[in-house]
Design a protein around this ligand. Structure first.
Ligand code: MG
Length: 156
C-alpha cells in the first residue's frame, strides 16, 4: 500500500468559470489558472502521483505549454491514473477537503463524486469530499482564493 497527499490553491477572479471536482458551479467568480484551474482535481492528481513516487502534475502538464491552455482537469486525473497503473498500482480510495469561503460547496458534492469516480475508475463511495470555510481568516477567508487538500491510497 502507498499513501499520497496533495495540496493546491488558485486565485478567485472575475470572468472565469468555477470548476471544482469536474463540475461547473454557478458563481460570479472563477479560479485563475493555465488549465480549467480545478483545484480539487489538481490536489487529487498530485496525491495519486505522489503515492507512486512520481513527479507532480506540473511535470506532466507544464503551465508553459500553450497546447494545455484551458485543459479539462479530468484529463489530468486520467493521466495520473494511467501513470500509476503502468507501475502496477490501483487506486483504493481518495479523501479530500475543499477550503472555500464561498460559494456553498455542499450541494455540488454528489455531482463531483459522480464525475471524479468516472475519471478515476473507482466507485463513488471510494471518494471523500468535504468542504470547509476558512472562518474569514486570510486570503481564502476573504474569498480571494480556493484551496484543496487530498490524500489517497494506492494498492498493488
Ligand atoms: Mg493547480
Amino acid at each position: 500500500m502507498r499513501i499520497g497527499t496533495g495540496y493546491d490553491i488558485h486565485r478567485l477572479v472575475e470572468d472565469r468559470r468555477l470548476v471544482l471536482g469536474g463540475v461547473e458551479i454557478p458563481y460570479h467568480k472563477g479560479l485563475l489558472g493555465h488549465s480549467d484551474a480545478d483545484v480539487l482535481s489538481h490536489a487529487i492528481a498530485d496525491a495519486i502521483l505522489g503515492a507512486a513516487g512520481l513527479h507532480d502534475i506540473g511535470h506532466f502538464f507544464p503551465d508553459t505549454d500553450p497546447k494545455l491552455e484551458g485543459i479539462d482537469s479530468q484529463i489530468i486525473l486520467r493521466k495520473a491514473i494511467d501513470e500509476v497503473s503502468h507501475l502496477g498500482y490501483k487506486l483504493q480510495n481518495v479523501d479530500s477537503t475543499l477550503i472555500a469561503q464561498e460559494p456553498k460547496i455542499g450541494p455540488h458534492i454528489n455531482s463531483m463524486k459522480r464525475v471524479l469516480s468516472n475519471s478515476l475508475g473507482v466507485t463513488e463511495d471510494s471518494i471523500g469530499i468535504k468542504a470547509t470555510t476558512n472562518e474569514g481568516v486570510g486570503d481564502i477567508g476573504k474569498g480571494l482564493a480556493i484551496a484543496a487538500q487530498a490524500a489517497c491510497l494506492l494498492v498493488n
